[in-house]
Design a protein. Structure first.
Length: 174
């Protein structure tokens, strides 16, 4: 399972705090297996595809050594972790994890305005049925501006994929 997530972490990245919803595959996997890999990437197309569950084909993967899991071969950095504590008493679970292995595969190239816009659009795509449909449409129109002005091919493809996905949903009101 690949899914975009922004953990809380300490400066040394020795601990991660994840907050997935109990309905997510990430929650189910971590509750069942208790370990995973957190990736840092500037590949916004991969982030977009994972946000909407369109990961066929999967990106190239490498076997992790310290845990049962895989590393995205084109990630910038990765952190293998084990769950130390899982509190699922509320809808959003709090999962505290200890980093047990790490690696760097390539430099992080950063985010231009278009990459930031794609990240925000990916978040909107995961909020269908939670946020009002009109709010999502308005935000997508606003985010299209920096994509038009600063995007390269990867950002254009990712934004188009997210736009198509959002437009294909009925955007039910919460």
């Amino acid at each position: 399972n690949l899914s975009p997530m922004g953990p809380r972490t300490d400066r040394a990245i020795s601990r991660l705090v994840l907050r997935p919803y109990q309905t997510s595959q990430t929650y189910q996997n971590l509750k069942r297996h208790g370990e995973g890999v957190f990736h840092i990437t500037d590949d916004v197309e991969l982030i977009a595809r994972s946000a909407i569950g369109r990961l066929d084909p999967l990106p190239p993967l490498l076997a992790a050594q310290a845990i049962r899991g895989h590393i995205v071969a084109d990630a910038c950095r990765w952190f293998a972790f084990r769950v130390r504590q899982l509190d699922d008493q509320s809808e959003r679970t709090t999962i505290v994890c200890d980093v047990v292995d790490r690696g760097t595969l390539r430099d992080f190239l950063g985010f231009n305005r278009a990459k930031h816009a794609v990240l925000e659009a990916a978040i909107l795509a995961t909020r269908i049925g939670i946020l009002p449909a009109q709010q999502i449409r308005d935000e997508m129109k606003r985010l299209a501006i920096p994509v038009e002005k600063t995007a390269g091919d990867q950002e254009r493809q990712a934004f188009a994929l997210l736009t198509e996905y959002i437009d294909s949903q009925r955007n039910p009101e919460p």
